[in-house]
Design a protein around this ligand. Structure first.
Ligand code: ADP
Ligand code: MG
Length: 715
């Protein structure tokens, strides 16, 4: 049961967040029980509407008369919390439907998380909910809350009602959700709404994203994810919403991609958490790997707009921490530019002679409130930086409050086109001037964490300011020809699948307008000599054998062969390298150029993944690759080529030959089109694609395509 099963036109989840009246079915006098804690939280938060305890076994809960059943309540009930043993939930929810309740939050556990019987009960619940047009959170969840002063709904059973703020969150783990609320409160992150989604039988994370998209109280969205119900729908929704509000996600657990058989370069590269990374990157979702980072990035984006660019200014009263900050920023690809002479002169006007004004602006330990204020103002007013980090390390207990106040006032006057943050380093934590809930910028305890948060926020802004890509249509593709080849081949490979034979591979590539060297499969030395003679320039001979997965590993490839004698010898050598030679591929030798890999592998959850990397036969060793989820936009293809560390090689590194990058991008997009057209393809390795100089194009010299009868899985 996942978000993917939601009705296409879902009833609004609004009643879940803005109920006019609440019933707590299973409200308990026992303050320690879940039903007791939940009921108390709702009462203690002063919910803005009537709350009805339902419990046939006791006349009163917290001095409030109970009802035996939800149907006995005289007034209307908008939202019902269900905290009864699993076996009673179906009946209780049916009564809610009879009563005209609009939303139910099923806290009770014992459903699909426990096995088949539980899953059957969960399906029954869902059927009742759908039939009645209700929405359901859970089952097996911790509840939800809305801090809106007009609502004041603390519908969860943990001890903490966080303070009001602009951050909304959904959590797939109930316990972790509790911990997150706890830390958020500690770290002064204000919450708008929070939902523990439990088993997601009805309301999914995607439904919540859709609600938050237009919820004026929500400015930052946090997701704690363990699995995706429907990654394709998530990607579509998130991509749209991330343009309006930052989405920050922690994804725990690894995908099952690692279990895939590694029969190709691409397959063995896809064994990490690449699919989730690709999905988030394509959708503009900010991925964080730890909860600490989640809070750091959240506190930055909840209070400040993301940096417009890479340039960071630093003001400090101590050199050491500033150096740590510079190291951290630069290693993350941010820049700490030297300030202009003009700006340096301006700073000199009010800083002591011992101060360094280049950036970091080190005002040394004597710096007081005036220096901080003036330096921050001068830097924020300049166009030489995009964000400013103020470091403050108190040298003594004297004057902390004054300096903190000066930093606060100057930082809060930060113009909209700049990002301001503070680092206060002392074990006791920041003084209230920098840590109270109404401070307009975040204060971090360490420069490295501030740098990391800035990096993530900057990357997000870069994503925002890059135009959305488009899927490119080609009008020179012969789909029918490719389809005929693939369909006839699937007849012999069955559902398990198998590799297309070399001639078929060539035909398919050609049908997609992809360049391959002249080649021919031969079965005798004499034939090899004849064909090699027809080739312009020298030849390459490659053995064709089921055992030779990577031909050069077994000595099955002879390169740059010319002349009849050499060809005949090469024929003998490559066929002798294996015991099951079925023939030899004679190919035109393509000299020079860079070697890149383009591949595709199918992820069981995410559908086809496309990979790009440099390195030819060394690609697995180097592991410098970029993954994207199919289909590729022109933006995806361009970013894949530029994001690998070795991208500089293709641009012509240190006097090396540059490569035809446009032709590589074109190849990626044509491969993406091929994968869209031919769902039988489930694995592909073009390794290497030889890249000529700009304008010279690329040539695919080794290609393997795996097909099977069954159409592709999730897409
Ligand atoms: P395999 O990957 O099965 O070992 P390849 O066909 O990729 O076999 O050949 C191995 C290497 O030989 C390639 O990575 C490439 O460096 C080189 N090579 C292969 N075919 C050609 C060709 N037609 N022109 C130039 N170099 C080639
Ligand atoms: Mg190869």
């Amino acid at each position: 049961m996942t978000g993917g099963t939601s009705p296409s036109n879902p009833p609004s989840v609004t009643p879940l967040f803005h109920p006019t009246s609440i019933a707590v079915i299973g409200a308990s006098r026992d303050r320690e029980s879940i039903g007791g804690r939940l009921f108390n939280n709702i009462i203690n938060a002063d919910f803005n509407g009537p709350v009805y305890p339902v419990n046939p076994k006791t006349p009163l809960v917290r001095s409030i008369p109970t009802f035996a059943s939800v149907v006995d309540i005289p007034g209307h009930v908008d939202l019902a919390f269900v905290v009864v043993p699993a076996g009673l939930v179906v009946d209780v929810v049916r009564e809610c439907a009879d009563k005209g309740v609009k939303g139910v939050v099923v806290i009770s556990a014992g459903f699909s998380e426990t096995g088949d019987a539980g899953a059957a009960m969960e399906r029954e619940l869902l059927a009742i909910v759908r039939e009645a047009g209700m929405r359901m959170v859970g089952p097996n969840c911790m509840g939800l809350l809305n801090t809106d002063p007009a609502v004041r709904l603390d519908g969860q059973f943990g001890p903490i009602m966080p303070r009001r703020g602009n951050v909304s969150m959904s959590s797939q783990s109930g316990a972790l959700g509790l911990a997150i609320l706890d830390y958020a409160t500690e770290l002064n992150i204000g919450i708008a709404t929070f939902v523990s989604v439990g088993n997601r039988a009805d309301v999914s994370g995607n439904d919540l994203l859709l609600y938050w998209e237009d919820d004026p109280s929500t400015e930052v969205i946090l997701l704690y994810l363990e699995s995706f119900g429907n990654p394709e729908r998530f990607a579509r929704i998130a991509r749209r919403i991330a343009r309006k509000k930052p989405i920050i996600a922690v994804k725990s657990g690894r995908t099952s991609a690692g279990a895939r058989a590694a029969s190709s370069h691409t397959g063995s590269l896809a064994n990490l958490d690449v699919a989730t990374d690709a999905l988030f990157r394509q959708a503009g979702v900010i991925r964080v790997s730890t909860l600490e980072e989640l809070f750091d990035v959240t506190s930055l984006l909840a209070l400040q707009s993301p940096p417009r660019g890479n340039k960071v200014g630093i003001v400090t009263n101590a050199g050491g921490p500033a150096i740590l900050a510079v190291d951290a920023l630069e290693s993350l690809g941010l820049e700490v530019p030297v300030l202009s002479d003009e700006l340096q002169r301006e700073l000199r006007n009010f800083l002591s002679d011992d101060a360094a004004v280049g950036n970091p602006v080190d005002m040394i330990a004597a710096a007081g409130p005036d220096q901080y204020r003036q330096a921050i103002e001068a830097l924020l007013a300049s166009d030489e930086i995009d964000s400013l980090m103020a470091l403050f390390i108190p040298a003594s207990d004297v004057g902390i409050s004054e300096t903190a106040t000066a930093i606060r006032l100057a930082g809060e006057a930060c113009p909209d086109d700049k990002t301001f943050l503070c680092v206060y380093m002392q074990s006791g934590g920041a003084p209230t001037e920098l840590s109270s809930s109404d401070v307009g910028f975040p204060t971090f305890a360490f420069p490295e964490r501030a740098a990391q948060a800035l990096r993530k926020a900057t990357t997000y802004q870069q994503w925002l300011s890059t135009p959305e890509g488009a899927i490119v249509e080609f009008d020179d593709i012969d789909v029918d020809r490719a389809r005929t080849i693939v369909e006839s081949a699937t007849r012999s490979v069955g559902v398990e699948g198998g590799w297309l034979e070399p001639t078929a591979v060539d035909t398919v590539l050609k049908a997609y307008g992809l360049a391959i060297p002249a080649s021919k499969v031969v079965s005798s030395s004499a034939e090899a000599v004849v064909f090699a003679n027809e080739i312009d320039g020298s030849a390459v001979l490659k053995v064709i054998a089921p055992s030779a997965v990577h031909k050069s590993d077994v000595g099955g490839v002879a390169l740059d062969v010319s002349g009849p004698n050499a060809v005949a010898t090469a024929y003998k050598t490559v066929t002798a390298a294996v015991e099951d030679a079925e023939g030899v591929l004679v190919q035109e030798f393509v000299p020079g150029g860079h070697e890149v890999l383009i591949g595709m592998v199918e992820d069981p959850t995410f559908g086809p993944l496309i990979v790009f990397g440099l390195g030819g036969v060394f690609v697995e060793l180097i592991g410098d690759v970029a993954f994207r989820i199919h289909p590729l936009t022109d933006r995806d293809a361009r970013e894949m080529v530029s994001e690998v560390k070795s991208a500089k090689l293709l641009e012509g590194y240190r006097g090396g030959e540059p490569g035809d990058i446009d032709a590589v991008i074109d190849t990626l997009l044509r491969i993406s089109a091929m994968i869209s057209d031919l769902p039988e393809i489930f694995e592909m390795d073009l390794n290497p694609v030889k890249v000529g100089t700009p304008g010279a194009g690329v040539r695919i010299v080794d290609a393997r395509i795996k097909i099977r009868k069954a159409a592709r899985g999730p897409q």
